[in-house]
Design a protein around this ligand. Structure first.
Ligand code: PMP
Length: 373
């Protein structure tokens, strides 16, 4: 088997799973309980929160545990919009965001009377900073721009956007860093809200974080017992939270080595695919090496299925929307044709992939393309 769909999800790290099993068995008490068992659980949970704070260079009270990046994105975007709507109802995002951001903006626009500017991207899938600057208004309260795009791997200049926004203290800056944290070096020190997800980093599905700077307030999306500083009520998923701290630590400790390894896989794949007739790349040359998106002249779903029958797993579009519709608005926003936007293939790497797998993949892809009419 060759698994090249790591942007959709990654296999769980064995040591994360081992400590999870340990935790579930030993510490089952509710961290909100005030008896000894509950207090013990709280203590370990707080150690995990402190560790995440150190790893992310933030304060422990800026760490909000969530059920994943979808929830983090919704909490950040709707939470800011609802909290600060008296200051203004203009919000800004881009045309290439993950559905959990894009649809949150659509919801605010269609159901709550917010005005949204959707910033376009250039042919490399990177947002147009000049348009962003021109879109800022007196009543703008939020800008949300993803760090690394999940379909093509384009990298936005988050530090530059933060420095543009520093002249506008009324604007909160959120980034969906799901495909970036633990993979690519980005300085988030001037970003107000950062979303991430554990399962892209060999952690658990249904586990994520929202880092929220102290200066920012949010309207919580669910009312309840006031856990997570009142921003995310509901009994804490203690074993997931502690596992997330470990997942993040392992990812950050090995980020540099993994990057070097994955970049070699990426470069070799680009070289091999460039030699196959009819292949064009959608990922820019300087994309995140974890994601490579390309088109063949054949129908992507047929190519994907043929590879799958040979035990090679790749993606058409991103997993979140690929079952519904093959058309990629991300690739269309980059100025590509309708055929290209409907027939892209994404391969995405992780640390355990090898050069041999890349060679095997390229050989099989070439054969498959020759066999498909
Ligand atoms: N944002 C991006 C960029 C993603 O790639 C994903 C996962 N496909 C998400 C958000 C949603 O993450 P989760 O599965 O943790 O809800």
């Amino acid at each position: 088997m060759i698994y090249f769909d790591n942007a959709a999800t990654t296999p769980i790290d064995k040591s994360v799973l081992a400590s999870f099993n340990d935790l579930v068995n030993k510490y089952f008490a509710n961290p909100s309980s005030s008896h000894k068992l509950g207090l013990e659980t709280t203590k370990i949970e707080e150690m995990a929160r402190n560790q995440i704070a150190r790893l992310m260079s933030c304060l422990p009270e800026e760490v909000i545990f969530t059920s994943g990046a979808t929830e983090s994105n919704n909490l950040a975007i709707k939470g800011v919009a609802f909290k600060y709507q008296n200051r203004g109802k203009h919000i800004i995002t881009s045309t290439i965001e993950h559905p959990s951001v894009y649809n949150a903006f659509k919801c605010l626009e269609n159901d709550f009377g917010f005005q949204v500017s959707y910033i376009p991207v250039d042919s490399n899938g990177v947002i147009e900073l000049d348009v962003l600057k021109k879109s800022i208004r007196e009543d703008t309260i939020l800008v949300s721009i993803m760090s690394v795009n999940n379909e093509v791997g384009s990298i936005n200049n988050i530090e530059e956007i933060a420095s543009i926004l520093k002249d506008y203290p009324k604007i909160m800056f959120h980034t969906d860093a799901t495909q970036a944290i633990g993979k690519i070096d980005i300085n988030y020190s001037k970003v107000d809200l950062i979303s991430m997800s554990a399962h892209k980093l060999h952690g658990f599905k249904g586990s994520g974080l929202l880092i929220k700077r102290k200066r920012v307030d949010l309207m919580p999306l669910s009312s309840g017992g006031g856990q997570e500083f009142g921003y995310r009520s509901g009994t804490n998923n203690f074993p997931y939270e502690v596992s997330l701290a470990k997942t993040l630590r392992l990812a950050l400790e090995s980020q540099k080595d993994n990057y070097i390894h994955v970049k070699k896989l990426y470069d070799r794949t680009r070289t091999l695919l460039a030699q196959i007739d009819g292949i064009t790349f959608n990922s820019p040359i300087d994309s995140s090496p974890y994601i490579l998106n390309f088109c063949t002249k054949k129908k992507a779903s047929v190519v994907q299925e043929a590879l799958s029958l040979r035990g090679i797993f790749v993606s058409t579009k991103s997993a979140c929307s690929s079952k519904k519709n093959a058309y990629s608005s991300v690739i269309a926003s980059m100025g590509k044709s309708t055929f290209e936007a409907s027939n892209s293939i994404r391969i995405s790497f992780a640390r355990e992939n090898t050069i041999e797998e890349v060679e095997e993949f390229a050989k099989n892809l070439k054969e498959v393309l020759q066999l498909i009419k």
